[in-house]
Design a binder for this molecule. Structure first.
Ligand code: PRP
Length: 216
């Protein structure tokens, strides 16, 4: 690699998504050895040879780093993209991190959804919940933002239903709740800063092409 070559910077959401992203990247020859150390608390990792930089952020912050251009590329769940509404090109569905965004609740809440009653909806995703109920279902609801363990909402009587991610369904089952309606499918997506796409188009297009070939 040329010495004067600029770093291509990736923002990855900490945790499982970052791990799966690196596994995929390895298959196309992109590596970052120092990132594999599970006990490391470091947030930034560099591959000098390939002029790549990776940083680990909270998932919901990935689109922010990419919008502002401090990261050229981000990998993040579609749920976060829908919720955060940041400016960036969504270029690839990476196929992992698959789950569903759903309206869930006790079976008894089905009737409330049918009759378009004014209900309370708890969610970590207030924008997605609002868009679904207001724009798709034309149902006026009261949305309550929670930060996690959203399943508690209907159990303790804070809300009638929740809008949340369902992967295996075991959290719902173990708490006596079920999927009532499906909002949309979710998976990991690659996003690219709009200026980087032009300035670094050669490297980024090659990366996208390599990933596409690997995923096919
Ligand atoms: C997510 C989601 C559900 C659960 C779904 O929560 O919010 O609670 O996983 O997975 P399952 O269908 O396989 O049970 P997460 O573990 O991210 O924690 P959180 O509740 O703090 O958001």
């Amino acid at each position: 690699m040329k010495d004067d070559m600029r770093y291509l910077t990736f923002a990855l959401g900490k945790g499982r998504l970052a791990k799966q992203t690196l596994e995929l990247f390895e298959k196309i020859g992109i590596t970052c050895e120092e990132m594999k150390d599970k006990n490391s608390r470091k947030l930034i990792f560099v591959n000098e040879e390939q002029k790549l930089k990776f940083f680990l952020s909270k998932g919901p912050d990935v689109p922010t780093y990419v919008e502002y251009g401090v990261a050229d590329i981000g990998v993040v769940g579609k749920d976060t993209l829908l919720e955060e509404e940041k400016r960036a090109y969504e270029v690839l569905d990476l196929g992992f991190g698959k789950c569903r965004m759903c309206v869930c609740g006790p079976a008894s809440a089905k009737e409330l959804l049918k009759h378009h009653e004014m209900i309370r909806v708890a969610s970590k995703y207030p924008k997605i919940a609002k868009d679904y109920f207001y724009n798709q279902k034309h149902q006026t609801v009261d949305i309550i933002k929670l930060n996690g363990s959203v399943e508690l909402g209907p159990i303790v009587g804070l809300s009638d239903v929740i809008v949340d991610i369902v992967e295996t369904g075991s959290t719902l089952r173990e708490n006596g709740l079920e999927v009532l309606e499906e909002v949309c499918p979710i998976s990991a997506r690659m996003i690219v800063n709009q200026v980087s796409m032009k300035m670094e188009s050669e490297r980024i297009k090659k990366l996208i092409a390599d990933l596409k070939e690997q995923l096919a």
